[in-house]
Design a protein. Structure first.
Length: 326
C-alpha cells in the first residue's frame, strides 16, 4: 500500500474504534513521511482522546507550522489547549480559526464557551448569536447563550433561551435543571417544581436535580420533602457537599440536632474550608439544647407532603394567573 492508502486504512480503523491499530499505522506513515500533515493531525486527535494532551499539542503545533491557513488546525488546537487548562490560549486559537473562516459555526460556539469560562459573558452572548445566525436550530448554542444571560442576571431572557432550546431538545436534563433554578429565583415555584420533576424523569440519577428540588421544598418550609430529596441526592453521590449541607439544614429545622451536626461534620471532612457548613454548625452549637429552630406549622401539619405542596402551588399559580387577567 502507498501512504495515502495506509492513511485511509488508519482513519477507518480509528472511526471503527480500533485506536491501537490506527495508531500503529499513523506511526508507520510518519516514519516514512515525517511531514505527512493528515497523519500528524489524526494522531494528535488520537493523543487528545487518550488524555495525552501535551503530546497532542506538540503534534498539532507541527501541523500548524506546515498548514497555518487551515482553520481546522487552530480549532483542534483550541480543544487541546482547553484540556490543558489554558482557556485564554484556547480562545485565541478559536479566534484564529474564525479569522480564517468567519462562517465556522463550531468555532463561534467554542469561542463563546471560552468567553464564558473567562467570565466575559456579554461577549459570550454575542459569540453564541453569531453561531445561531449560521445554525439557528442549535440547541447547544441556545442553552449556552441562556447560561451566559443568567450569569448577567437577565433571567427572563435566559428563561426564553432555555425554552427555545428545550423545544429542540426536550429531554436535555441539564437545561431543565437550569430552567428550574431560574424559575425558583423568580419565585415561580410551581413551574420550577415541574422543571425539576421533568429533569429527574429524564435523568433519575441526577444528584443535582434532587438537591435543587430539595432546596425548593426547603424554601417553601416543606422540610420533610426537602430531606427526602437531599437523601436521594446523597444516595447517588455520597460526597455531594451541597446536599450534605442542605441535609443538615433540613434536619436542623426538623429539630434533629445531632443528625444535623453529623451532616455538617461529614461536609467538613470532605471540604474543611466549606464556609456554609462551618457557619451552620457553629450557629447550631451556639444554641442551647432544646432551643432548636422552631418547626414551621406548614411543614409539620398533618398530611403535608411534597404531593400536597404540588397541588397547593398549582392552585396558587392558577389564582395568580386569574388575577393577572383582570
Amino acid at each position: 500500500m502507498n501512504l495515502a492508502q495506509l492513511y485511509s486504512q488508519a482513519v477507518g480503523l480509528q472511526r471503527a474504534g480500533a485506536s491501537a491499530a490506527a495508531e500503529r499505522i499513523y506511526l508507520q506513515v510518519l516514519a516514512a513521511a515525517p511531514r505527512h500533515v493528515p497523519s500528524l493531525t489524526m494522531l494528535g486527535l488520537l493523543r487528545h482522546k487518550q488524555g495525552r494532551h501535551t503530546e497532542a499539542l506538540e503534534l498539532l503545533d507541527t501541523v500548524m507550522r506546515h498548514s497555518p491557513a487551515n482553520p481546522k488546525v487552530h480549532y483542534n488546537r483550541g480543544h487541546v489547549l482547553l484540556a490543558l487548562g489554558r482557556p485564554a490560549e484556547a480562545l485565541a486559537a478559536f479566534e484564529k480559526a474564525l479569522a480564517l473562516d468567519p462562517a465556522y459555526e463550531k468555532a463561534h460556539f467554542n469561542r463563546g464557551e471560552m468567553l464564558r469560562r473567562l467570565d466575559r459573558h456579554e461577549e459570550a452572548v454575542a459569540a453564541y448569536d453569531a453561531a445561531l445566525v449560521l445554525r439557528p436550530d442549535s440547541a447547544a448554542s441556545l442553552f449556552s447563550r441562556a447560561a451566559a444571560l443568567a450569569r448577567l442576571e437577565r433571567l427572563e431572557a435566559a428563561l426564553a433561551g432555555y425554552r427555545a432550546g428545550l423545544a429542540l431538545a426536550p429531554d436535555h436534563a441539564e437545561a431543565l435543571l437550569a430552567q428550574g433554578d431560574i424559575l425558583q429565583t423568580l419565585r415561580r415555584f410551581h413551574e420550577a417544581l415541574g422543571a425539576y420533576d421533568r429533569a429527574l424523569a429524564v435523568k433519575p440519577d441526577c444528584a443535582d436535580g434532587f438537591n435543587n428540588r430539595g432546596c425548593l421544598f426547603f424554601s417553601l418550609d416543606c422540610f420533610t420533602g426537602a430531606l427526602a430529596d437531599f437523601d436521594s441526592a446523597l444516595a447517588i453521590d455520597p460526597r455531594h457537599a451541597g446536599a450534605l449541607t442542605n441535609r443538615g439544614n433540613a434536619l436542623r429545622q426538623l429539630g434533629r440536632r445531632d443528625e444535623a451536626l453529623a451532616s455538617y461534620d461529614a461536609v467538613l471532612a470532605l471540604q474543611p474550608d466549606h464556609r456554609a457548613a462551618a457557619d451552620n454548625r457553629r450557629k447550631l452549637l451556639a444554641q442551647p439544647p432544646g432551643a432548636e429552630a422552631t418547626k414551621p406549622d406548614y411543614a409539620d401539619a398533618p398530611g403535608i407532603s411534597p404531593q400536597r405542596l404540588r397541588r397547593d402551588l398549582a392552585a396558587l399559580e392558577e389564582a395568580l394567573q386569574f388575577q393577572d387577567g383582570i
